[in-house]
Design a protein around this ligand. Structure first.
Ligand code: SF4
Ligand code: SF4
Ligand code: SF4
Length: 179
């Protein structure tokens, strides 16, 4: 076994779509937790979880913000649910140039779920009374999986290229004040 191999806690949020009622309490809680100062505002457009809603067909899909992507992907799958057609983008967690979802409304910078930092229970799970969101932790044995420096640099470069260095620096400063 490699010396670098170690136990790691993997944190997961599971979604039971049958239980989601589209109340959007998760969006409110997430945006409040990440406001600066904490809980000073509640604005779902700043939330890192968004609920895709189809009120007519009673379909609700909570999506947590995933990775930033510098370009649209080529995936063009479609889904049919209760007779209504959805595109792949409807259920994609990426902060992607093709749409406004998972972008900070003021700066346009990408939002990503951070599992509520060190909180024992993520806020979205805490407020989800119907139990559509459940939190799980498990131990995994795996080698150190820190992202390679090159990957981090590439991500930052594309953000700077798109938004400008000042905007990126301002947002990083604002995020550090949140801690
Ligand atoms: S709080 Fe729970 S039930 Fe309400 S929208 Fe979010 S995931 Fe669905
Ligand atoms: S939103 Fe997702 S599925 Fe749609 S183009 Fe972007 S990365 Fe691809
Ligand atoms: S885990 Fe925290 S950061 Fe992630 S979506 Fe839920 S409330 Fe937002």
């Amino acid at each position: 076994m490699s010396d670098q191999s170690q136990k790691k806690i993997v944190r997961e949020i599971k979604v039971d779509l049958d239980k989601c009622i589209g109340c959007r309490a998760c969006e409110v809680a997430c945006s409040g937790f990440h406001a600066s100062p904490k809980y000073s505002s509640f604005n779902p457009s700043r939330s890192r979880i968004r609920v895709v809603q189809d009120l007519v067909n009673d379909v609700y899909v909570p999506l947590r913000a995933g990775e930033y992507t510098a370009a649209e992907c080529t995936g063009r799958q479609t889904f049919k649910i209760h007779g209504k057609q959805y595109t792949e983008c409807n259920f994609c967690p990426a902060s992607c140039p093709s749409r406004d979802l998972f972008k900070e409304p003021d700066s346009g910078l990408p939002l990503k779920c951070d599992m509520c930092e060190d909180e024992k229970m993520p806020m979205c799970v805490e407020v989800c009374r119907p139990g559509a969101l459940t939190y799980e932790e498990r131990e995994e044995e795996r080698a150190d999986e820190e992202p390679a420096l090159g990957e981090v640099e590439t991500g930052l470069q594309s953000l700077v290229h798109k938004h400008g260095v000042q905007k990126v620096m301002d947002t990083i400063a604002r995020m550090s004040q949140n801690k």
